[in-house]
Design a binder for this molecule. Sequence first.
Ligand code: KG4
Ligand code: ZN
Length: 342
Amino acid sequence: MSLKVLGIESSCDDTSASVLEDGVICSNVINTQAIHEQYGGVVPELASRAHQQNIVLVVKEALSQSGFKLKDIDLIAFTKGPGLLGSLMVGTSFAKGLSISTNKPLIGVNHLHGHLLAHLLRKKGEPKSDTKFPYLCLLVSGGHTQIVIVYDYLKFEIIGKTIDDAAGEAFDKCAKVLGLPYPGGPVIDKLAAKGNPEAFKFNKPKIKDLDFSFSGLKTSFLYKLKDNLKQDTSFIKHNLEDLAASLQATIIEILLEKLTMAVELTGVKEVAISGGVSANKGLREALTNLAGEKKWKIHLPKLQYTTDNAAMIGLVGYFMYLRGDVSSLEVLPQARLNFMDF
Ligand code: KG4
Ligand code: ZN
């Protein structure tokens, strides 16, 4: 008998549901809330409301696309944190309601744990990843920047993290001062492809060990703009592509320097990336080149699994269930859920 999981994700601004059979994706429906674009960032109150509007439709669509009925599902996995509390409450309450009404087990999943396994996600008919444990995962999203050593599907350790902003935040905040829409990462990525990455230099942080910092880069970027705008009020317009390319190159350099250090310190040469920023073309290209040079084996998640999705939550739920981890109905969403709590 196969094990069918319904995954539900609602930690930020994506309402997503997915059905997996024995850890393989049957459907993965994502509704990205467009309402936040006009505000230059995610507005928590609006995100919760949009989840409330979307969740029934998204879950119904995921079931319908999978070809299974609710009664066929064996367990319900949902994101219990970290994330925006109001958003998490929608997914948590919905999952609890489903669990009570169908009498199926409920599993609360740590969102970051989902990102760690993103490159292992596959649809029916697609080959299984040849990843070997342990591997290093550079998790780069809008809220997190970490290097994690993954020993097993359910066992991992953070060996480096940001002490302030996340890499995605650096993309988004710098894009905002350039007058670009939210989320800024994908827009910078496109512009960067046409610009000169060496046109401008920005300060890189001097942080010890495997930790990151991005707040200094943001300030350095802002000052560069301010200084130049004094001489030329059209500075941004005339240099947009070069600014994007130089900013992106600096972020990539910061990430890959620490990743190289992590490989050297741990001796682990199997490397994955995940999270929204892992969709970045420049990062993928630079990592591929570096891996060729250093003889690392790399794993890049498919683009649709880089950003938030319920398939990664369902996959973690599947492994947790096999280990016997089931949540009680008293489970609560936790905005600041620690990475190691799952
Ligand atoms: O993983 P994610 O969907 O949500 C969080 O858990 O944070 O990541 C969203 C972040 C945003 O900061 C967005 O700008 C960034 O990922 N992002 C990118 C790209 N696509 C998304 N950053 C750089 N290049 C991209 N192509
Ligand atoms: Zn995420």
